[in-house]
Design a protein around this ligand. Sequence first.
Ligand code: ZN
Length: 93
Amino acid sequence: MAHIEIWYRCPVCNKAYNDQREATRCKNRHPLIEETWAVGKGGKGVRIFDNWHPDSVHGVNGALREADLSDFIEERKLQLAELTKCEQKRTGE
Ligand SMILES: [Zn+2]
């Protein structure tokens, strides 16, 4: 006659165990996922990926710049104009 079994499935790798402790051990053995984010003044986060060019939006320089820029188009325009002004002053153009 059929019987009922309880299986414990690891939520990370989906492997099933009969033993709850073993399943918990499996879950805890998986490494944490590390993410790098640039966080701006207003709390805006932009993820940084190693395989992006440093000056692109998800490269380290681009993300740091983007994180401080507003998502509101009018405010963003003003911020970009301000950045350009600073850049021109710095380079003397
Ligand atoms: Zn697992």
